[in-house]
Every structure is written in structure tokens, then in C-alpha cells.
Design a protein around this ligand. Structure first.
Ligand SMILES: Nc1ncnc2c1ncn2[C@@H]1O[C@H](COP(=O)(O)OP(=O)(O)OP(=O)(O)O)[C@@H](O)[C@H]1O
Length: 451
């Protein structure tokens, strides 16, 4: 019997080593690795906390009681382990801190905890005063990213990346209306745009694309785009048409407000979300791939066009949210070289993503307003980690994550499948890509190579 137990223990140990060495998928971690980690953490908890400097000396009361009862001096106390949960990527522990400890103590010990508990990564965050959540991942979750099937999706809130602590990062347009996505060439910007378009395609949202790289990235997705521009001249016209649409929507909101003011207790709205559904304009997500192609000029004759483009972009960024117009702007750099107005535009882009960059200056353009650590984290992304990025917003929070790889073929299939949902916006009709509406595509079946 005892030989059998030893064999089982050896088998489990070997499986655990495989989990850690060969970075097995989530099901493997859940089935075996998670339970081994629970045992390891439970048995070694007090000694690891002591070794990592996360214990406090016994209170005076306990010392007094020990002395009165003539017992030996009580040991140092670790934070109380309130809860431990296995997730698909590792473990989550909730700790109640001892008096005198703070969340920063745990944050500075995460690397020591990682080594002590044989985990791939450990992060911590304060949940409420005195309670800290420690998330441990058993394998590199960013190596092959799969967004969990049960990730929540709602209007204008879509899962876009997996964070290195195993949680899902959402792009919530109503919370963070505009976002800037920077990264060197081949860092994964276009793939993250594709991912965003495939997530938004099934929603009642108008997608507007500007891709001045002759439309190579967004052109194939044209069936799901309500408007599209593939050169700076038509992009300037398209942006002005969007500003015009925004002005019209403001008039609608104003008109509705006047009715509500006369009616006591009625809700008064200042954006499209308070309008009755019947008259609520369709929200628009404007996607700009490679903003430098849109704004850089080579001669003075193009200066006027750039001014028009920049003015329209700044106005959309400043006023678009209430009219349901959201911006997603991608580029390799976003500095003064793009011309007057760049800083003003950047100040309005609350959300920030920074993929791999070639110099600290580029990382600072995206993340300097967030935190110096975020800038440092972005500069350490290796060239072979395409798609890995620092995701933050100007409230100061940031995480390291990676979006799933979405091939252009898959993005085209999804856009073709939902082409019938493409809203028709009369103001943008001249920019509607001239394409026949495709039959819905069955994603399970193989498809021919043409878009
Ligand atoms: N999330 C990801 N997971 C795995 N591989 C990725 C991911 N994102 C990008 N890649 C790889 O990196 C390659 C380049 O990505 P992408 O075209 O998005 O880069 P980019 O930043 O848009 O480059 P450029 O500015 O030159 O267009 C992709 O073809 C793909 O092989």
C-alpha cells in the first residue's frame, strides 16, 4: 500500500515538473499542476513567508500570555491565508496583512515568492485595506494566448488580451473612449487591430477604417467597414465627414434635452447613451493604422491637408465620446515630428498600449504619463515577443499582456460573416467601400484563398 502511495506521489511529482518545465496548457495545469501547487503552498506557507520577510513579531499580548503560561516564545506571524483558489492558469491567494505590514511589502517580495513556490510569475494587488490578492501563474500564459471562452462580452466591451497574471484585459470603449497603440515595426500592432475588429464585428457598431499603407491591413476587412480611406486625402475628407456627423448628433442630444427639461423627474442626457433607443445613433469606432502615414508630409503643399486632418482628429478626440465616436490610433511613434497638435491629441487618448519599441523615447511617448516602471517594462519586451505589450491608461494603472494571434484570413472570414451587420451611415456614404455584400461564411469550413 505504501509502495503504491510512493508511486502515486512520484507520478504526481513528475507531472508537476512537466507542467513547470514544458509549460503545459491550461487543462494540464488545472488537472495536476494546480493541486500540486496547492499542496506546496499550503505546507510551505509559514516558512516561505518567514524566509521572504513577510512575517511580524508576536504581539505584546501573545508574549505576555506565553510568559504567564511559562510557554516558549511564540514564532513570528505570517499574513493570514484567507482564501486560496485554483484558476486555469495558477493560484489566487487572499492574504490578510498583519498590523504593521502594507501591500508594498508583498509587492516587493513577489519575485522571492515566485522562486520559493516554484511559480512562473507572481503579482499582487491590494483588494481593500489590509487585504492583498496574490496571483500566481504556473506557466507562461503569454506564450500561446487563448482568451477564455467564458470571457464576458457586451456592447463596446470586448476581451482583447491576456494579462501575465492570467486575467483577461478588456477594451471598454465607454470607460476609455480613445486609445493610442504604439510599437516598432513587426511588434504586433496590426494583429491587435485585427483582433479588435473581429471582436467588434458581431456588435451593432459602425467600424470606420483609415489605413494609409494603401489599405493592406484594413482593406481586406472592408466588408464590415462602414467607411474606409486608404490615402491621406480621402482620410482628411472622411475625418471631416465624421466631425459633421458628430455635430449632427450633438443637435439631436440638444433637442432631446429641451424636451426633458420641461418634464419633471425625466432623465436629462448629455450623450447618446441617455437617448431613447429608437433615435440613438449607432456608435462609431474609428481605427487608424499607421498614423504617421496620415500626418507626415513631404512638401509644403500638403501642409493644409495635414492641418485639416489634425484638427478633425483633435475635435473627434475632444468631443467624440458624447456622440458615440471612439478612436483607436496605431503608430510607430507619436511625437512632435507628426506636426502641430500631436501633444493635444495625445492628451485626449486615455488608453495606451506600447508594444516592443526600439528606443526609450518611443516608449515614453506612450507611457511616460502612466509610470516610469511601465516605460521600463515596455523597453524590456524582446523582438521575438510579438504581440506582447504594456497596456495602461493615464489613470496610472498598467499591466503586461498579449493579445491572441488572429490571422488576416480569420479576420476577413469574421468580417465577411458579419458583413450584413455593417451599419449604413448616410454622412459617410461616399466613403463606403464598394464591395458586394458577402454570403455568411461558415467558419468551420475551409475557405478559398481570395478575400
Ligand atoms: N499576438 C500575437 N501572437 C503571436 N504572434 C504575433 C502576435 N502579434 C503579432 N504576431 C506576429 O508578428 C508579426 C507581425 O505583426 P504585425 O503585422 O501586427 O506587426 P506590426 O507592428 O503591425 O508591423 P508593421 O508596423 O510593420 O505593420 C505577425 O505576422 C505575427 O507573426
Amino acid at each position: 500500500m505504501s509502495a503504491l502511495l510512493v508511486l502515486v506521489a512520484l507520478g504526481l511529482g513528475l507531472a508537476g515538473v512537466l507542467v513547470l518545465r514544458h509549460q503545459r496548457p491550461a487543462w494540464y495545469w488545472l488537472a495536476i499542476g494546480g493541486w500540486l501547487a496547492v499542496l506546496r503552498v499550503s505546507f510551505g506557507y509559514s516558512s516561505v513567508m518567514e524566509a521572504c520577510g513577510l512575517t511580524v513579531p508576536p504581539s505584546r499580548m501573545r508574549l505576555m500570555l506565553a510568559r504567564a503560561a511559562n510557554r516558549e516564545v511564540p514564532p513570528n506571524r505570517p499574513p493570514r491565508l484567507v482564501r486560496m483558489r485554483i484558476t486555469r492558469t495558477g493560484l489566487v491567494m487572499r492574504l490578510r496583512l498583519c498590523p504593521g505590514q502594507d501591500a508594498f511589502d508583498v509587492a516587493t517580495s513577489t519575485d522571492r515568492l515566485r522562486h520559493s513556490f516554484l511559480m512562473h510569475a507572481v503579482t499582487s494587488r491590494e483588494v481593500k485595506a489590509g487585504v492583498v490578492e496574490v496571483r500566481m501563474t504556473g506557466y507562461d500564459v503569454l506564450r500561446r494566448v487563448q482568451i477564455p471562452a467564458r470571457a464576458e462580452r457586451s456592447l463596446l466591451r470586448v476581451p482583447v488580451a491576456l494579462v501575465d497574471d492570467g486575467s483577461v484585459h478588456y477594451r471598454d470603449f465607454r470607460e476609455v473612449p480613445h486609445r493610442l497603440d504604439l510599437g516598432a515595426t513587426v511588434s504586433g500592432k496590426s494583429v491587435s487591430l485585427r483582433n479588435l475588429v473581429t471582436e467588434l464585428a458581431p456588435q451593432p457598431v459602425a467600424l470606420v477604417g483609415i489605413d494609409c499603407k494603401q489599405g493592406v491591413e484594413l482593406g481586406p476587412l472592408a466588408r464590415r467597414l462602414s467607411a474606409f480611406a486608404d490615402n491621406p486625402d480621402s482620410a482628411a475628407d472622411l475625418l471631416e465627414a465624421l466631425v459633421e456627423r458628430m455635430a449632427q448628433i450633438y443637435l439631436v442630444i440638444r433637442r432631446e434635452q429641451r424636451i426633458s427639461v420641461d418634464i419633471p423627474d425625466a432623465e436629462i442626457t448629455a450623450d447618446i447613451w441617455g437617448l431613447p433607443e429608437a433615435i440613438r445613433p449607432t456608435p462609431v469606432v474609428l481605427i487608424v493604422d499607421e498614423v504617421a502615414e496620415l500626418l507626415l508630409i513631404s512638401s509644403n503643399s500638403e501642409k493644409k491637408r495635414r492641418e485639416r486632418t489634425m484638427t478633425a482628429l483633435v475635435r473627434l478626440a475632444q468631443l467624440g465620446r458624447a456622440a458615440g465616436i471612439y478612436l483607436e490610433i496605431c503608430g510607430q511613434r507619436f511625437g512632435a515630428e507628426l506636426g502641430e497638435g500631436t501633444t493635444m491629441l495625445r492628451a485626449q487618448l486615455t488608453g495606451r498600449i506600447c508594444h516592443r519599441v526600439n528606443d526609450e523615447g518611443s516608449a515614453k511617448m506612450a507611457l511616460a504619463d502612466i509610470s516610469p516602471e511601465a516605460v521600463l517594462a515596455a523597453t524590456t519586451i524582446a523582438p521575438n515577443q510579438q504581440g506582447v505589450a504594456v497596456l495602461g491608461d493615464s489613470s496610472g494603472g498598467w499591466v503586461r499582456g498579449r493579445g491572441p494571434y488572429v490571422s488576416l484570413r480569420r479576420a476577413v472570414n469574421v468580417c465577411n460573416r458579419y458583413a450584413h451587420l455593417t451599419p449604413d451611415l448616410p454622412e459617410l456614404a461616399p466613403f463606403r467601400p464598394a464591395l458586394p455584400v458577402a454570403e455568411p461564411v461558415d467558419l468551420a469550413k475551409p475557405v478559398p484563398a481570395s478575400a
